[in-house]
Design a protein around this ligand. Structure first.
Ligand code: OAA
Ligand code: MG
Length: 546
């Protein structure tokens, strides 16, 4: 019934529901059966014709933000078609639905807002989170990505405008690993924002108080977790873009209680380690030969460090030997033993060594084989830093992992130009191919998008009770194995994006194998695990409703 009690014909709902809509592709029989005649242009388009129309419109847009708005509107209108074009044009669209454009979209979120995606839980609704989750129309949620918006990419506190990130991550779950869209739920928890510009923006639609901290914050998260357990049991929860303080604490609190991981700590760690493994394949070196210096000692940095340590211990090193291969600098300089009041997650890497305030001095003193930028500090890998790396390394590893592109520690061009084309370079956000001294480089993207979809698929498929470190280690190895000689020739230590569905499926198989080995899977082991995993994957094709 409509507002004025006039009965609404059923048919139109098929067009207005993005999960059901086929637009001009509804067949004659479906139009008969569902009462759609007259509600659509009389001609019938195939899906390929619809894709042509979408691509025509898409490419006519004048900016990436316009393309982002166009694609999210398509997702709101016709989900199947959205995932079809994403599958067919992933390399072209990834920088639009994901980093870097998704960062800009979050910064502009309150201005470009059309329709909500996902669920907002607000501190002002404390005590009602379970009721709020019941409002979500899909009852078979299997994966939640949640943020509190405190550290959106390298852009800082964006409050509820951070919602673009969980939504974008879940689009990738579907596009890259075939997780059914109805299984995915993006969530933003509003605990206020410390971003004064947002607080003063008349269009801002989150709470304007500064961030809730301490016990009250913890009780909000706890209430949310309980509400998820009640409404969507066996759901994987991915923590995304929380501030350092909360990210480590929440991960430690929940990793062994529920099925959860932190993408920025563990997903980024896995993709970075995969890059190192692939680089070792390229140069013939061993992981244990490496000495890694991080710029930034937050979630990504210590996450990567810890996974490298696990990888090195697997190759026979003691934990202490392995930790001595990882060095960190933070906003105050080199992390060393003599420094006072170091945050807990840095203590294991506070080695006995002379203190250096500046990164370049730490580089010169330590002579690392690899530098990994996870600081959010744009252009911190300066010419002197890169030249120094090229001086004492035949093939220096240079990972500029901060996102979006504007936060990267150096550009691809700088990495190659200042190392005489010898750097093995990867970045979190994409860079255009670079031509240096007649050589063409197409660097790969060291982004957790190569990891979390496959982890999620594996965990969901076998209904694992927890997500373990071993899964991220296995994912890193699998990803590194997927890099081809052709990729290496282009200078890339990651497989091409167009292979990502295959890669994610294979990662999922490894993850599920570990879940079975560790006794964490809660369904019987299928006789043929790889086929079982693949059978779970969603394909964006229209169903026949007639
Ligand atoms: O979203 C991305 O591109 C990678 C990521 O998790 C982050 O930078 O926080
Ligand atoms: Mg993130």
């Amino acid at each position: 019934m409509s507002e004025n009690n006039i009965p609404v014909a059923q048919g139109i709902n098929w067009i207005y529901d993005p999960a059901l809509n086929k637009g001009t592709a509804f067949t004659e029989e479906e139009r008969d059966a569902l009462g759609l005649h007259g509600l659509l242009p009389p001609g019938i388009n195939t899906m390929s014709e619809q894709v042509l129309r979408v691509m025509g419109n898409y490419r006519r847009k004048r900016s990436d933000l316009e393309r982002y708005i166009f694609l999210t509107a398509l997702q709101d209108r016709n989900q199947t078609l959205f995932y079809r074009v994403l599958a067919d044009y992933l390399e072209e669209m990834m920088p639009v639905i994901y980093t870097p454009t998704v960062g800009l979209a979050c910064q502009e979120y309150v201005h470009i807002f059309r329709r909500p995606k996902g669920v907002f839980v607000s501190a002002k609704n404390k005590g009602r989170f379970s009721e709020i989750l019941k409002n979500w129309p899909n009852k078979n949620v299997r994966v939640i990505v949640i943020t509190d918006g405190e550290r959106i990419l390298g852009l800082g506190d964006l409050g509820v405008a951070g919602m673009g990130i969980p939504a974008g991550k879940l689009s990738l779950y579907t596009a890259c690993a075939g997780i059914h869209p109805s299984w995915c739920l993006p969530v933003t928890i509003d605990v206020g924002t410390n971003n004064v510009d947002l607080q003063n923006d008349p269009l801002y639609f989150g709470m304007r108080n500064s961030r809730i901290r301490g016990e009250e914050y913890d009780s909000l998260i706890e209430e949310f977790i309980m509400a998820v357990e009640e409404n969507f049991p066996n759901t994987l929860i991915q923590f995304e873009d929380f501030g350092n303080l909360n990210a480590f604490r929440l991960l430690n609190k929940y990793r062994s209680r529920i099925c959860a991981f932190n993408d920025d700590i563990q997903g980024t760690a896995s993709v970075a380690l995969a890059g190192i493994y692939a680089a070792m394949r390229m140069t013939g070196q061993k992981l244990t030969d490496q000495k890694i210096l991080f710029l930034g000692a937050g979630e990504a940095g210590t996450g990567i460090g810890d996974l490298i340590v696990s990888g090195m211990m697997d190759e026979g090193m003691t934990e202490q030997e392995a930790r001595l291969k990882c060095w960190f600098t933070d906003s105050r300089g080199l992390v060393v033993k003599s420094r006072e009041k170091l945050a807990e997650h840095k203590l294991a890497y506070a080695h006995d060594f002379e203190y250096h305030q500046y990164f370049i001095d730490a580089v010169k003193a330590l002579k690392p084989t690899a530098i990994i930028g996870v600081s959010g500090q744009a252009r911190a890998f300066t010419q002197p830093v890169l030249e120094a790396m090229a001086e004492f390394n035949e093939r220096p590893l240079v990972f500029a992992l901060s996102n979006p592109t504007s936060s990267a520690e150096c550009t691809a061009k700088e990495a190659y130009a200042w190392t005489g084309g010898r750097a093995i370079f990867a970045s979190g956000s994409p860079f255009e191919p670079v031509n240096i001294a007649g050589r063409n480089f197409e660097p790969g993207q060291g982004n957790n998008a190569y990891i979390f979809p496959g982890i999620g698929l594996g965990v969901i498929a076998c209904k694992a009770r927890h997500v373990t470190n071993e899964m991220f280690l296995a994912a890193a190895r699998e990803l590194a194995d997927k890099v081809s000689e052709k990729d290496f020739k282009k200078g890339s230590i990651y497989p091409r994006l167009k292979k990502i569905r295959e890669v994610s499926a294979d990662i999922a198989v490894k993850v599920a194998e570990i879940a079975y080995d560790q006794g964490l899977a809660t369904i019987d082991r299928p006789a043929d695990l790889p086929s079982f995993i693949r059978s779970q994957m969603y394909e964006p094709n229209y169903r026949n409703y007639a």
